[in-house]
Design a protein around this ligand. Structure first.
Ligand code: AMP
Ligand code: MG
Length: 417
């Protein structure tokens, strides 16, 4: 059986093969957090655009700044002003943070390292050439690429776009991700379930996970465990850029997702991964819609489809492990983000059945600055309450049967990836 790393690699390589250049749209800068840049942004000018003081103090010739030296202050330059002075031997100009360095000066002495009496400034500390000055163009050269196509906009990237005046950004269109849950027992979350029915929580969590990837969820509701209903709704789902199903992929008599996908030309890339929760997870590519006049698909086996197990925690974990990288590629992201593992000390000994990599809902904290983690007691992959109490998944490697308290383990924080 595939390890989760192998399965992720298969998702990434298949998506690379089938994904085309995404369509683009223009959005205002302030509406673009988490969107993907569609074309390179170039620097409109040098940054900084002038030799910039990064301290409040005095613009000087560095060679004039022996401790105790006295310089004559010939004026002041505020941020935003033109530097209309020339510093010559024995003189200085008062300068503010962000102001341009005047002609003749090559450094700035911090105001804290001076004392002033009228226009006489005593320097208490020598500075070297270039000190407290950032040279024109040292951060960026005019015309250089400052953000590459495929970059996802976080706040720092947005600040870069703002710096060069990109008021509207060309971003990739959000991929449309169809979500179809399955199960005879599943009813809409807003309705009253019968005694043996359950409310549809997976369509809600999946829609949220899709939105958090900055993609567009398309909710198709729930299909009963019948061939006809599955055919009809899967067919509708294949019109989106990707289809995610939940439920109906295990060994039960009414787990019919795989046979129906086969009717849509499914090429199954995997239908099991050595993980718990989430082992029966399915990844396939089906024939894309629309079809031509002869009823042949224009793009055979080009549509990514995930069949996630129906247990809510399995659905969530398999989404984050396998679906997220696929959405990143469909969105035109430059690089698939790696799983952000880090290490923490286990505080309670663990015994798990070996053979599968376990992802256990767990609580991570930093008492006394040291990362420590403990699993949350849970009833298995249906226990969505335990998952909601967790702030990470604790990773138990497949070969480990017991991990002692005090050992270092890997965790995946929840909600930041
Ligand atoms: P399945 O993968 O179809 O065998 O479902 C496994 C378990 O997950 C069953 O107990 C289902 O009732 C539950 N389940 C399936 N679909 C959903 C859903 N959409 N929302 C909440 N629970 C579900
Ligand atoms: Mg089911």
């Amino acid at each position: 059986m595939l390890s989760y790393q192998q399965a992720r690699e298969l998702v990434v390589s298949r998506l690379m093969e089938i994904s085309r250049e995404p369509q683009t749209e223009s959005v205002p800068l302030l509406n673009s957090p988490s969107r993907i840049l569609a074309s390179d942004i170039l620097s409109d000018r040098d940054y900084p655009p002038f030799d910039r003081s990064i301290r409040d103090g005095y613009a000087v010739r560095a060679e004039d700044t022996r401790p105790g030296a006295r310089l004559r202050c010939i004026g002041e330059i505020r941020a935003g002003e033109a530097p209309s002075f020339t510093v010559s031997a024995g003189t200085c100009v008062q300068i503010m943070t962000g102001a341009p360095l005047p002609e003749g000066a090559d450094a700035v002495v911090m105001v804290e390292h001076t004392s002033r009496d009228g226009d006489s400034v005593q320097v208490d500390r020598a500075v070297g050439p270039g000190q407290h000055v950032v040279r024109r163009g040292s951060e960026q050269k005019a015309g250089g690429t400052i953000l590459a196509a495929g970059t996802r906009f976080g706040f720092a990237e947005l600040a870069v776009a703002a710096q060069v005046g990109a008021a509207n950004l060309a971003v990739t269109r959000k991929p449309r991700i169809a979500i179809l849950t399955t199960g005879d027992e599943v009813v809409d979350f807003a309705s009253a379930p019968g005694p043996f029915q359950i409310r549809n929580s997976n369509s809600v969590s999946l829609a949220a996970q899709v939105s958090l990837c900055s993609a567009e969820p398309v909710l198709l509701g729930n299909a009963t465990d019948s061939l006809d209903d599955l055919r009809e709704k899967i067919s509708a789902g294949l019109e989106a850029d990707m289809l995610i199903l939940s439920g109906g992929v295990s060994m039960g008599k009414y787990d019919l997702v795989e046979p129906v996908l086969r009717e849509f030309g499914a090429d199954f890339i995997f239908d099991a991964v050595a993980i718990r929760p989430g082992k029966p997870v399915v990844f396939a590519t089906c024939n894309g819609k629309p079809f031509d006049a002869q009823g042949k698909p224009f793009e055979p086996q080009s549509k990514p489809v995930f069949g996630l197990p129906g247990n809510p925690v399995s659905t969530m974990v398999t989404f984050d492990l396998f679906v997220r990288p696929a959405i990143e590629i469909l969105s035109g992201e430059l690089e698939v983000r790696p799983l952000p593992f880090f290490e923490a000390e286990l505080t309670i000994a663990l015994s798990e059945k070996p053979g599968l990599t376990h992802f256990l809902p767990a609580k991570l904290g930093w008492p006394g600055d040291l990362a420590r983690v403990a699993p949350i007691p849970w009833q298995g992959s249906g226990d969505v309450v335990a998952m909601a109490q967790a702030n990470c998944l604790l990773v138990v490697p497949a070969e480990r049967e017991r991990i002692e308290a005090g050992e270092r383990v890997r965790v995946l924080p929840r909600g930041i990836w």
